[in-house]
Design a protein around this ligand. Structure first.
Ligand code: GN1
Ligand code: MG
Length: 371
């Protein structure tokens, strides 16, 4: 099923947006960003103070307890605001704010039961879909700063809003269940994906095994730090915020490092149609890690370093597996623009994984020399 944001009438959107407004008049509402799960809109106001805010319909098929997502977001933002007040950074850094409804709620539920929330927009900033070398260290700095600012918030303070998220063996199990139920038509692309997954069944457990053995600690993580969730100041071109806080919850920092690198070091971008030319760029990897470690070195352990390469490889593989399983299941999780979209996305991630694997020595050397 293809879900289409256009089915949400504009009048209706204005009515919903007005629930969150304390001042000004709406002059524009438009679809915003490239999210695969929630529906996101940028609301423009004629107010002199806050000129924009983000309006989102949370996908409650994915986030079954949206109230918990909002609760986490409040706890996270309050903690970080306090920390920044006590010890400001020596450069611009912003944390998105939850905007309450006029009757002081975290969300507004419309007549069809959709769950809407509003978040402040980071003014004078933009996101990037692909990275050039000059931005790589900034992306790493942003993730490191994000981790650093929550490193003193006990992980158990935040709820698990998406059970199983980034637990690769669970995705593998789901994939095997889907496969058992589906009569898959075969094609060279589908065979490639099927073979790709079947050759990596043992590898899928690598981070969860390390976690179970107590080698890697649970910390608070972002969950989805792909590069277009990092906002850059339009003037200084420095990273100024990490947005999309739906999946901030306990996990391994390796999920975040892997996700940031699998998205940042793929110059073709995750939506490219030319999957055969997808590759992992080690120079971008070096830049991102350098920026990350400039902030994160203080809290990483020796074991953390040992698993960085595996994390990069695993999260690329995992995302490919998630896209492929969703394609086989009939596209019920990720939004799609055309029927084979999730298959195309899976091919991109598998090709990227292949490129990571073929450059293992180089990538491990980059990590080694930064310790
Ligand atoms: C989804 O919706 P979006 O684009 O923020 C997904 C991430 C994937 C990403 C791939 C909750 O994020 O895990 O890495 O697509 N989010 C969830 O682009 O599943
Ligand atoms: Mg997201």
């Amino acid at each position: 099923m293809i879900r289409n944001i256009k089915t949400q009438g504009t009048d209706n959107l204005v009515t919903i947006a007005e629930q969150f407004m304390l001042q000004g008049k709406i002059t524009d509402i438009k679809a915003f960003g490239n999210g695969n799960i929630n529906d996101t809109f940028l609301v423009t106001l004629d107010s002199l103070t806050d000129k924009h805010f983000i309006l989102q319909r949370i996908n409650t098929q994915v986030f079954r307890q949206p109230q918990l997502v909002m609760q986490n977001m409040r706890i996270y933002t309050e903690h970080v605001h306090k920390r920044l007040q006590n010890a400001p950074l020596n450069r611009r850094w912003e944390v998105p704010r939850v905007i309450s409804t006029q009757d002081a709620q975290d969300c507004s539920i419309d007549e069809v039961g959709s769950f809407w929330r509003a978040i402040s927009f980071i003014e004078d900033s933009q996101s990037l879909e692909t990275l050039s070398r000059s931005y790589a260290a900034e992306v790493g700095y942003a993730l490191g700063t994000f981790h650093n600012l929550i490193s003193d918030l006990p992980p158990e303070k935040l709820a698990d809003t998406l059970e199983g998220f980034h637990i690769t063996p669970r995705y593998l199990q789901h994939y095997n269940e889907v496969l058992a139920k589906t009569s898959v038509k075969t094609s060279p692309e589908i065979n490639y994906c099927w073979q790709f997954v079947s050759d990596r069944q043992t590898f899928a457990h690598i981070l969860e095994n390390a976690k179970a053995k107590g080698l890697l600690p649970l910390r608070l993580i972002h969950g989805d730090p792909k590069i277009n969730n990092v906002m850059f100041d339009v003037t200084t071109q420095q990273a100024v915020s990490v947005i999309d806080l739906d999946t901030v919850k306990p996990g391994l920092v390796h999920y975040d490092i892997g996700d940031c690198l699998r998205s940042g070091c793929n110059p073709a971008g995750e939506e490219t149609q030319q999957w055969e030319s997808v590759y992992f760029e080690p120079e971008l990897c070096q830049g991102i890690l350098q920026g990350y470690l400039s902030v994160a070195k203080a809290f990483l352990t020796e074991n953390d370093y040992i698993y960085i390469y595996d994390a990069i490889r695993l999260i690329a593989f995992e995302l490919g597996l998630r896209f492929f399983a969703d394609y086989l299941a009939g596209n019920i999780y990720f939004k799609i623009k055309y029927p084979e979209h999730n298959l195309a996305r899976a091919l991109v991630q598998f090709k990227l994984t292949e490129s990571i694997e073929s450059q293992e020595t180089t990538i491990r050397a980059i990590i080694e020399e930064m310790q």
